[in-house]
Structure formats: structure tokens, C-alpha cells
Design a protein around this ligand. Structure first.
Ligand SMILES: NC(=O)c1ccc[n+]([C@@H]2O[C@H](COP(=O)([O-])OP(=O)(O)OC[C@H]3O[C@@H](n4cnc5c(N)ncnc54)[C@H](O)[C@@H]3O)[C@@H](O)[C@H]2O)c1
Length: 276
């Protein structure tokens, strides 16, 4: 406990899944947290969960496809807590781009997933960096995916894969650019997690219910666990954002239970986070 004492953190996509677990974990470790998301109801729930345990948090409606929203969230962090020194660019969607073959995907569907998963990370880093400089340095992370490091062959994940490979490359580039400013930047690459991401696929209610039945819980296949609770991945954001990783920057690390070791090799991976 106490690994985030005196730190002020902003987490995009903080209302649900991995982002929510990261907000709650950071608060448990002593951070003051800005929960930034487009889902105002779930965002309020996360703030309440933190405050009920004696932590400090505030919610700010923030659409990462809008630079002005991110600037406002950064200003809100500084106005509320006096500074900003930790940023987690986590907001992401599967989107229709995850579900269609190349020729069937429209330009709008491809652009939707790129705007959130890639350009959203870029906007978050861009508009947060000046605040971290004002704080004398800090740490930023992005959430990519195992699909940002490997190719899930045989699936229809083209747009998602492109967005996540982009997020990995962008994070490493920004790490190099900001290292002289005492700002570390790293990337978390999750495997499958039990979250609400399937709500972003533009499925019908029936398709969503069927997918959730198929997905089940924290399952295993062939002895290997293939689904994580998001808290298990939030600990990697914590490591990258606290002082224990003070000499670590420009890294992209998987938290996937071994999924990446099997991709494209054994055929074990027949479904992806976005397919499951
Ligand atoms: N769930 C998985 O299996 C899995 C696997 C690998 C990577 N990821 C990545 O993890 C991250 C978190 O996803 P999750 O699984 O927790 O899903 P989730 O749907 O539970 O949470 C994502 C949050 O992002 C928010 N969001 C969506 N669009 C936004 C926007 N334009 N601006 C601000 N917020 C927005 C949503 O409202 C939601 O609260 C994403 O980047 C996702 O791609 C998830």
C-alpha cells in the first residue's frame, strides 16, 4: 500500500473494466484520481466506490476523440488536486472494425476504432504532457493489447489490430521524446479480460447475450487460464506508474496468461478478446 501516495492520476476509459480497476487500485495505493470517460453513470459509480473506501476521486466527462475534452480533463485534475503526474490512456473499443473482413468494412467503421484506440492515445499524451512537465515529471501508460504485438491470424480483427499496433509504436516514440522531461511512458498489452468491451461491437442484444454465455467466466483451456479479472492487468499499470519502475520507459509488456506464446503457433487461439 502507498505506492501512489501524493500522486494525481487521470485514467481515460476509467468508468469500466480495466480502467475502473486501475482507478480503484491507484486510489487504494494513495493516489487522487480523475475518472475520465463518456459513460457518466458508470463513472459516478467508480468515484463512489473509491470514496466509500476513503479514497479521493472525481469524474470528468471526457471523449478521447475530442482534444478539447482531454484538455478540460487535464485542467480539471490540476484545479481539483493541484497537479497531474500520472496519466493512463486506456479508453478503447472493439467497434465494428473488429468484426468484419477487409472488403466488408466501411471507411467509417475502420476510422471509428482508429479514432478511439490510436488517435485517442495520441490526444491524451499530447494534451497531458504539458501538465506533467509542470509537475516536474511523471509517468504515462497506454493500454494496447496482445493484438498490438502479434497477429491473430484467421480472425476478423483488422481495424483493432491496426489500432493497437499503432498504440504500441506511438507509446515507444513518445517515451523517447519525453525522456529528457523526466516523463516515463510505457504500454500495457492485455490478453482477454472479463470487462464490458463487448458492448462496443454494435451487436444486437441477442448477439451480446450469446457472446456472454459463450465467454462465461475466468476460464481455462488446456490447463492455461485464458481470461483475466481486470485487476490482474491493472497491477501492470500500477507498476509502470509508481516509482518502483523509475528506470523503465518505452516498454510494451503483455499481461495475458501466456496467450501471446501460443498465437499463430498451436491454433489454440480460435477466438480473440473481440470475438469472444
Ligand atoms: N477486454 C479485453 O479482453 C481486452 C483485451 C485486450 C485489450 N483490451 C483493451 O483494454 C482497454 C479497456 O477496455 P475494457 O476491456 O476494460 O473495456 P470496457 O468497455 O469495460 O471499458 C472501456 C471504457 O472506455 C470507455 N470509452 C469508450 N470510448 C470512449 C471514448 N471515445 N472516450 C472515452 N472513453 C471511452 C467506455 O465507456 C468504457 O468505460 C481498451 O483499450 C481495450 O481495447 C481489452
Amino acid at each position: 500500500m502507498g505506492r501512489m501516495t501524493d500522486k494525481v492520476a487521470l485514467v481515460t476509459g476509467g468508468a469500466s473494466g480495466l480502467g475502473a480497476e486501475t482507478c480503484i487500485l491507484f486510489a487504494e495505493e494513495g493516489a487522487s484520481v480523475v475518472v475520465a470517460d463518456v459513460n457518466d453513470g458508470r463513472g459516478a459509480d467508480v468515484v463512489k466506490a473509491i470514496e466509500d473506501k476513503g479514497g479521493r476521486a472525481t469524474y470528468q466527462h471526457t471523449d478521447v476523440t475530442r482534444g478539447a475534452d482531454i484538455e478540460a480533463a487535464v485542467a480539471h485534475a490540476e484545479a481539483t488536486f493541484g497537479k497531474l503526474d500520472v496519466v493512463v490512456a486506456n479508453a478503447g473499443i472493439g467497434g465494428a472494425a473488429s468484426r468484419r473482413r477487409l472488403e466488408d468494412l466501411t471507411e467509417e467503421q475502420f476510422d471509428e476504432v482508429i479514432q478511439v484506440n490510436l488517435s485517442g492515445v495520441w490526444r491524451t499524451f499530447k494534451y497531458a504532457a504539458p501538465a506533467l512537465r509542470r509537475a516536474g515529471g511523471g509517468a504515462m501508460t497506454s493500454t494496447a493489447s496482445v493484438a498490438g504485438l502479434s497477429i491473430l491470424g484467421g480472425t476478423t480483427l483488422g481495424g483493432y489490430t491496426a489500432s493497437k499496433h499503432g498504440a504500441v509504436g506511438l507509446t515507444k516514440f513518445v517515451a523517447a521524446e519525453l525522456a529528457p522531461d523526466n516523463i516515463r511512458v510505457n504500454c500495457v498489452c492485455p490478453g482477454r479480460m472479463l470487462t464490458n468491451i463487448d458492448e462496443s461491437y454494435h451487436w444486437t442484444d441477442e448477439e451480446l447475450a450469446a457472446a456472454r454465455t459463450r465467454r462465461g467466466g475466468i476460464e481455462s483451456a488446456g490447463g492455461m487460464r485464458t481470461m483475466a479479472h481486470p485487476r490482474e492487468v491493472a497491477y501492470l499499470h500500477l507498476f509502470f506508474c509508481c516509482d518502483e519502475s523509475s528506470f523503465v520507459t518505452g516498454q510494451a509488456i503483455e499481461a495475458d496468461g501466456g496467450l501471446n506464446l501460443f498465437m499463430n503457433k498451436t491454433g489454440l487461439v480460435t477466438e480473440t478478446p473481440a470475438d469472444s
